[in-house]
Design a protein around this ligand. Sequence first.
Ligand SMILES: Nc1nc2c(c(=O)[nH]1)N[C@H]1C(S)=C(S)[C@@H](COP(=O)(O)OP(=O)(O)OC[C@H]3O[C@@H](n4cnc5c(=O)[nH]c(N)nc54)[C@H](O)[C@@H]3O)O[C@H]1N2
Ligand SMILES: Nc1nc2c(c(=O)[nH]1)N[C@H]1C(S)=C(S)[C@@H](COP(=O)(O)OP(=O)(O)OC[C@H]3O[C@@H](n4cnc5c(=O)[nH]c(N)nc54)[C@H](O)[C@@H]3O)O[C@H]1N2
Ligand SMILES: [Mo]
Length: 775
Amino acid sequence: MNARFVETQLQGDVHEQKRPDGIERHTAPAGGWGALKAVAKTLAHQQIIAEGAVTLLKANQPNGFDCPGCAWPDPKHTSSFEFCENGAKAITWELTAKRVGPDFFASHSVTDLWDWSDHKLEDQGRLTHPLIYDHCSDRYIAIEWEDAFNRIAAGLNSLPSPDAAEFYTSGRASNEAAFLFQLFVRAYGTNNFPDCSNMCHEATSVGLPLSIGVGKGTVTLEDFDNCDAIFSFGHNPGTNHPRMMTTLHEASRRGVPIVVFNPLKERALERFAAPQDPIEMTTLSSTPIASAYHQVRTGGDLAALKGLMKRIFERDVADIASGGAGVLDREFIATHTIGLDALKADVEQTEWPEIIEKSGLSLEALDSAVDVYLKAKNVILCYGMGITQHANGTANVQQLANFLMLRGNIGRPGAGICPLRGHSNVQGDRTVGITEIPNAALLDGMEKAFGFRPPAEKGHNAVEAIEAIIDGKSKALICLGGNLAVAMSDPEATFAGMRKLDMAVHLATKLNRSHLLLAKTSIILPVLGRTDLDIQATGRQSVTVEDSMSMVHASRGFLKPPSDQLRSEPWIVAGMARATLGDRHGIDWEGRAADYGLIRDKIEIVFPDFHEFNVRVKIPGGFRLTVAASDRVWKTQSGKAEFLVAPGLDEDARLRDPDALVLATVRSHDQYNTTIYGLDDRYRGVFGRRDVIFMNRYDLKTRGLADGDLIDIEAISGSGTRSVTGFTAVAYDIPPGSVAGYYPEMNHVIALTDYDRKSGTPAYKGVPVRIRRSL
Ligand SMILES: Nc1nc2c(c(=O)[nH]1)N[C@H]1C(S)=C(S)[C@@H](COP(=O)(O)OP(=O)(O)OC[C@H]3O[C@@H](n4cnc5c(=O)[nH]c(N)nc54)[C@H](O)[C@@H]3O)O[C@H]1N2
Ligand SMILES: Nc1nc2c(c(=O)[nH]1)N[C@H]1C(S)=C(S)[C@@H](COP(=O)(O)OP(=O)(O)OC[C@H]3O[C@@H](n4cnc5c(=O)[nH]c(N)nc54)[C@H](O)[C@@H]3O)O[C@H]1N2
Ligand SMILES: [Mo]
């Protein structure tokens, strides 16, 4: 029997039965008083009630700091305070009154700390001193800054080649810090720039330039005011981009249909009560968000998109046959694109039964989505990790662009593509040069600005960096933030590799597991966070960031830093560079660390789009970088927007195994990537635990399992065995064949070799697994 129908029959009785410990059904809308209560709890947990509450009001305000919570833009950046539960968590996590200083490390050996949970490690508070690992006492001990820089310089200068070092960037780094970091690394002599975007939107950065000539989104926030329909694929805004909920809430109230494609029923996409809406708060009412919710099978988006496009072509033929002008935007297609015939041929030869089976969606469901699409003049399509973190992530992204281009929905007001970026400055870091593949413009710009030509050879992305570390080819790792080892797939292999390094250096605000993977020399350098006042030799500094919609604006902290030993990221990068490079290329490191305006002057030379950077950054709300595709200028090889074909529908041949389930690893409501704020996932009804796997009732039943049973999850992978044991199966509203669990716990079942061959993005949401009862 078709599993989809069995599931519908079985789903009904789930909630009648006794649920496993800590599992409830969340029936309230997302947002609302629950969100306010959660913030109060977080403030109390971090012991910062009065000060913290005041600080939250400065988030995303002119002259304030940029919230590190997500990359969603601010309405003109000048609006009144916009309440955001998870933004508040991100800020208070940094604001915490708790401290991790040398006395903490004197009481805890690294061996002891290793057994702590990721949550407990970070929850100890802000790092206060530069530290070096002491092998005799098995402890981190304080070190002077200059001493740390000299050791880093000695470590880097003793390598056989600059290519034996890896320089990781996590997306919180400001434009100024990231630009200085890439200058340091290129002057040192390598392009080994693994960065968090390699694990995140790399499929966008690689896929979209081939389609529309730019690897970024084409919409602005104002476009949402002018759109007639929103399509949402594979992102969970109620948790991960909560300020987007204000936009979706407004759109829904305006009567704009919001069509969702997501295997999990995410509560905020169903129904949301806006904490800034006094009526909804006082009357306990809420607004439906999705007008239609299509629970596509995990990895079924390619099939769904081909189905949507197939139907559009069929409707086009029918419309013309009945005397209409067709439903495609023929003028846009003729003037601006190439490749439609090949796309059409591919889509037409894809048969309906296969589309329906692989997407898990009925023809009626796809048809209803096409109705909405054709009725709307202007469509915005938003997407996140549910699209990119697949072995065919790049192809997925390109099919999204095809879908929009069929009706000219790119490069006009109210329409466009909107990748939801992750970290608050992940897009900016890329823009200012954090890339392992420098193009000619970057190299020319660097030569013009600094008088030397940096290396042109391709460097390592995140997966390649880890592989080089495991192979022993790379011997040093410097991390500008993040928690690379825990974010990466296959911790067993990754951790073992990290432990073979000669040198590991981490610039960080908080202690995490990557810091405990000891190299011969291990150094932790504590940095100022977004909220901290940054005073340098020439006075108070601000930094800049770029949001998901290419808006660049300033951010400045205002709080007394947690310790007088903390330094800013630009200052630390400059210190490492000065010690390592001396006066090579005559770069004035100290001057730039003293005045970030001088860094911006150089950014402007290397990237002319930042013209008059220091002037324009003073504009409240900042300025928008040029996105050529937004103006229908196509920077592709052909000079046109290109319809691109992705042959077939299969993400991964291993999923043909009749016992296979496809696992998506997702974020809970109480986490920020590897930072686990707490153990609840309120909207999914999970409390006090993370050791669960969401499964369809049908999949439970066919395995002889019941809701709440203990299970083992084993990867179906080519090499070695990977498994986790003793998890709890939770019956959930998810399509049959698809299961979901939390990141990073589930990274143990993801092989390092499971990634999109085009972009290198790990297939974190397409992991073939088998599930059995625990023995
Ligand atoms: N509070 C908070 N905010 C964050 C983060 C955080 O961890 N916490 N992380 C930041 C970062 S770095 C990033 S990249 C973003 C991540 O933001 P999201 O992209 O929302 O990330 P995920 O939680 O991984 O959720 C992806 C969504 O995709 C769905 N999904 C899974 N597989 C598929 C599939 O095959 N197809 C479709 N259509 N959907 C699928 C899941 O059900 C889930 O709803 O958020 C950023 N903001
Ligand atoms: N299975 C699975 N794995 C995934 C994903 C998934 O969906 N599933 N998502 C992937 C994605 S999208 C991403 S982006 C990566 C995230 O990978 P990373 O960006 O490497 O990880 P984070 O957890 O964001 O990093 C947290 C650490 O950053 C440090 N930090 C915080 N603020 C600052 C700051 O201002 N400056 C500095 N220097 N350090 C700071 C703190 O010490 C904290 O411990 O994980 C990836 N891994
Ligand atoms: Mo991300």
